[in-house]
Design a protein around this ligand. Structure first.
Ligand code: NAD
Ligand code: UGA
Length: 459
């Protein structure tokens, strides 16, 4: 069967895989191919066990795969056949040279742009799907047009706003789809072609177009604002703990102001995930490059509060458990950076684990989806950590449980049974405020939520 368009995505990761699966699912008239330099990842996408866990993903991949959705490691061929190429490679924080620890590492997209230029024989639209510093599109244009081989490229910015764990719903019913373009006749034509793809399932009023720099910047700023909200509520949680105010009540009260809204106000052990920290640091670095030091310092504060929140959690455990954690057995409930994903990138649980080990605690880690990643994250301290699938078994003989991830299963567990198997006094540190603290206290636990008065049996 002939397809209306050939769409290629370079980068088969957490974004490339699900976004392309959604396009293929909604648009059987297009042929969608996803390529990657990592053949193992491609093999997993072609197998019965996909490389990432995302609710609803299996169903749409299995429905479209082999029909109009293909995963392949033949990148050159994919480029040659494509009309539209989404670039969804990783843009991690640079860990070498100038800007190390702050700037985005742009080597992956740069390599991709050069490869596109070298093998292309026909006109293409190149879509920035990854999150990039502002003006990356300009650099991309310069690379793509550096040799006059007569092939025309139009660059668009189409940042992705999906969140892991709710990715499929976010892709199917997005708050908005953003498409930035050059405001030239060719740029606007390319933009309309991408609008046409999304219009297959996204209502027109949710497809927003803008100039290309606004689009690049809006993605970074969206993540910065979201992360800022978490740091704000977490900063207030520390004040609640000093004043006997309750963060859940405070969040509810401020969230009822329609100007503020009630979402993203859950106090926690801190935000994790592959993007918030790296995107804020990229923003901070960019501000400094433009000489905007005050602005840079403002945004850097969001990351600083997040680091403070994680350390505060560990110090609270230490102080509460009689100022020594040496040889205490502590069970972490959850390791993923949030519920409904197996992703552990930048998970606060990594920091907490390492700090607890520094204090010479013994660690037991349980998580319904993230144990493989957890073992890889802690490979260098192998032998000092036990991993257990069953949370009941994990808690046996422990002095404390610390909730790291807000998985529903934890709130539904039989804590009377758990209490019986633990060492006494038994502690619970609820880093997500998902448990019933009064009930736990009545069972005998000493309970330490985030941003609420603790419930202890000590006089
Ligand atoms: P990822 O690491 O899961 O996937 C990136 C993939 O690109 C990897 O599989 C890697 O092998 C591949 N790759 C790198 N260089 C390549 C090359 N030259 N040719 C072919 N493949 C190459 O990353 P991700 O989480 O999917 O994120 C990708 C981008 O999307 C980042 O810029 C991120 O900031 C942004 N983003 C991520 C999310 C999210 O939920 N993870 C959401 C919105 C935006
Ligand atoms: C985030 C954004 O929400 C997406 O819009 C964006 O596309 C994505 O980053 C990205 O660019 O990668 P994600 O990191 O997958 O998505 O998940 P979030 O739901 O934003 O959660 C991030 C972290 O904040 C998690 O650790 C979560 O537990 C924490 N969080 C979230 C809180 O501590 N409190 C809250 O109220 C909300």
């Amino acid at each position: 069967m002939g397809f209306e368009k050939n769409i290629l995505c370079i980068g088969a990761g957490y974004v490339g895989g699900p976004t392309m699966a959604m396009i293929a699912h909604k648009c059987p008239q297009y042929r969608v191919t996803v390529v990657d330099i990592n053949p193992k990842r491609i093999a997993a996408w072609n197998s019965g066990t996909l490389p990432i866990y995302e609710p609803g993903l299996d169903e749409i991949v299995k429905e479209a795969r082999g029909r109009n959705l293909f995963f392949s490691d033949r990148i050159d061929q994919g480029i040659q056949e494509a009309d539209i190429i989404f670039v969804s490679v990783n843009t991690p924080t640079k860990d070498f040279g100038a800007g190390a620890g702050m700037a985005a590492d742009l080597q992956y997209w740069e390599k991709t742009a050069r490869q596109i230029r070298e093998v292309s024989r026909s006109q293409k639209i190149i879509v920035e799907k990854s999150t990039f510093p502002v003006k990356t599109a300009l650099a991309m244009e310069r690379i793509l047009t550096a040799t006059a081989n007569g092939v025309r490229f139009d660059i668009l910015s189409n940042p992705e706003f999906m969140a892991e764990g709710t990715g499929i719903r976010d892709l199917e019913y997005p708050d908005r789809v953003l498409i930035g373009s050059r405001e030239t006749p060719e740029g606007l034509t390319a933009r309309d072609e991408l609008v046409e793809i999304y219009a297959n399932w996204v209502p027109q009023e949710r497809i927003i177009t803008s100039n290309i720099w606004s689009s690049e910047l809006s993605k970074l700023v969206s993540n910065a604002f979201l992360a800022q909200r978490i740091s704000s509520i977490n900063a207030v949680s520390s004040l609640c703990e000093k004043t006997e105010a309750d963060i859940t009540e405070v969040a509810r009260i401020i969230g009822m102001d329609s100007r503020l809204g009630d979402k993203f106000l859950n106090a926690s052990i801190g935000f994790g995930g592959s993007c918030f920290k790296k995107d804020i640091l990229s923003l901070v670095y960019m501000c400094r490059q433009y000489g905007l030091d005050e602005v840079a310092a403002y945004w850097e504060g969001v990351v600083r509060i997040n680091d403070y929140q994680k350390e505060r959690f560990v110090l609270n455990m230490l102080e509460t458990m009689f100022n020594t954690l040496a040889a205490k057995r502590i069970c972490l409930f959850g390791f993923a950076f949030k519920a409904n994903t197996g992703d552990t990138r930048e998970s606060p649980a990594i920091y907490v684990s390492r700090r607890l080990l520094e204090e010479r605690a013994e660690l037991v880690i349980t998580d319904p989806r993230a144990l493989v990643n957890a073992e890889a994250d802690l490979a260098d301290v192998q032998g000092q950590v036990t991993f257990a699938e069953d949370p009941y078994e994990a808690a046996v003989g422990c002095d404390a449980i610390a909730v790291m991830t807000e998985w529903d299963i934890y709130a539904a567990m039989d804590f009377t049974r758990i209490y019986e198997t633990m060492r006494k006094p038994a502690f619970i540190f609820d880093g997500r405020n998902i448990l019933n603290h009064e009930d736990l206290f009545t069972m005998g636990f000493n309970v330490f939520p985030i941003g609420k008065p603790p419930l202890t049996h000590f006089c």
